[in-house]
Write a protein that binds this ligand. Structure first.
Ligand code: TXA
Ligand code: MG
Length: 382
């Protein structure tokens, strides 16, 4: 049975302390505990205990060659698990910790389980910007390995109910405390060859990194390129293979990276991302594809923004996610929106793209994966 604790009050209050101490005890005993962070809910286990970490991979159905991020509560603990790193890493920690930035360090051998690092000589570390998460980690007295607390392949969980929908009965416990505020996972960065490389776009944008590190080269993955977390999509559970053969308008980029064979963050229905600079062309392309899908007998869905939801009345399911005027609201709602299509049983989903600057880079990274690389460019042929 999965234990549940709900933190409704300040972490210093007795009821909160009691709940968090119980949850921390479970972690110390080598069990898995899901907990909220500012990005998404994580599924935690003691990163120094290989048997505990194994439980994470089993609960999620995650391939073991994909390393986990280690969460700590205090920068002072860093030297226990890592060796010093070159480059502007001090500045990065100063600017973005606690927060949605994971930094890759050389691991101190013999401390963190090799299952966490997938046998690499490095480890990704972050301090979450969530007081409940930090207090849980602090009380456990351990570094906590935690991937997103979803079944591998599914959208990441931004609410406790998403975690329970995927993992109830498969994990030791869950600490519930509201919704994730960022809504997308942390940005993963590594210092190498005199430059800061973004391995996975996320809650901290490339623009923010450049601003914090004047004179430093920050290398962001080009749009559409598989990024550092493609490996989670090499899934042992039955993923949904992307099928690009049915429509000539869909740009199917073969051969794909192995991980692109399976959908990640994907709703059960087939999803296609509709790209294009002209919002009217995007809408008319989506409406055309909706009509075609309806005639095939699909239950259709559209993922759009609040201000555009009236454009798609012919769809069976319209999910309005955030507003373009405040792109962080799109990030906040994205994973819940993707899950909504499953609840409403959409079999064919058209998703609007968003401009790829700021947090938009991370949003588009997740949308491309959710669509398994299936993209229609609405500007073509107009
Ligand atoms: O926001 C987040 O990062 C969430 C919350 C729970 O903290 N966690 C999360 O973990 O997204 P996960 O396991 O879903 O993603 C971990 C990412 C993967 O892209 C993995 O490849 C990368 O971090 N990663 C971890 N350790 C690494 C390493 N040593 N070298 C390169 N990439 C690494
Ligand atoms: Mg994940």
């Amino acid at each position: 049975m999965t234990k549940q604790w709900h933190i409704a009050r300040h972490i210093d209050e007795a009821a909160s302390q009691e709940a968090l101490s119980d949850a921390a005890e479970l972690l110390r005993q080598g069990q898995t505990v899901a907990f909220p962070t500012e990005t998404v809910y994580g599924l935690g286990a003691d990163a120094t205990n290989t048997d505990a970490v194994k439980q994470i991979f089993m609960a999620k159905g995650r391939p073991s060659d994909n390393p986990l991020i280690v969460h700590i509560a205090d920068r002072q603990d860093l030297p226990k698990w890592t060796k010093p790193v070159e480059g502007p890493v001090e500045q990065l920690m100063e600017a973005f910790w606690p927060g949605p930035l994971t930094i890759i360090f050389p691991v101190r051998q013999g401390t963190i389980s090799p299952l966490v690092t997938a046998g690499l000589s490095t480890v990704g570390i972050r301090i979450p910007d969530n007081t409940v998460a930090r207090e849980l980690i602090r009380l456990s007295g351990r570094p906590i390995a935690a991937p997103s607390a979803n079944s591998s392949g599914k959208p990441s969980p931004t609410r406790a109910e998403h975690v329970l929908a995927d993992l109830d009965g498969r994990i030791g416990g869950i600490v519930e405390a509201g919704s994730a505020t960022v809504g997308l996972e942390s940005t993963v960065v590594e210092w190498a060859q005199d430059a800061l490389h973004i391995l996975r776009p996320g809650g901290v944008t490339a623009e923010q990194l450049r601003e914090a590190l004047p004179g430093v080269t920050v290398i962001a993955p080009a749009g559409g390129e598989p990024s550092g977390d493609a490996a989670e999509s090499i899934d042992m559970s039955p993923g949904i293979a992307a099928d690009t053969s049915s429509s000539a308008a869909i740009a199917g980029e073969a051969p794909r990276a192995p991980g692109m064979k399976y959908a990640h963050y994907a709703p059960r229905g087939r999803m296609i991302l509709v790209d294009g600079a002209d919002p009217d062309a995007v809408a008319s392309t989506i409406r055309r594809e909706l009509r075609a899908a309806k005639s095939r007998g699909e239950r259709t869905g559209v993922l759009t923004r609040t201000e555009r939801s009236a454009l798609y009345e012919e769809a069976d399911v319209v999910v309005a996610c955030g507003t373009l005027a405040a792109p962080h609201t799109i990030a906040q709602g994205l994973f819940a929106a993707l899950r909504q299509f499953d609840q409403d049983e959409a079999t064919f989903i058209l998703a609007e793209s968003c401009p790829e600057h700021g947090i938009g880079a991370a949003i588009m990274n997740r949308l491309r994966k959710a669509a398994g690389g299936n993209i229609i460019h609405s500007d073509e042929g107009h």
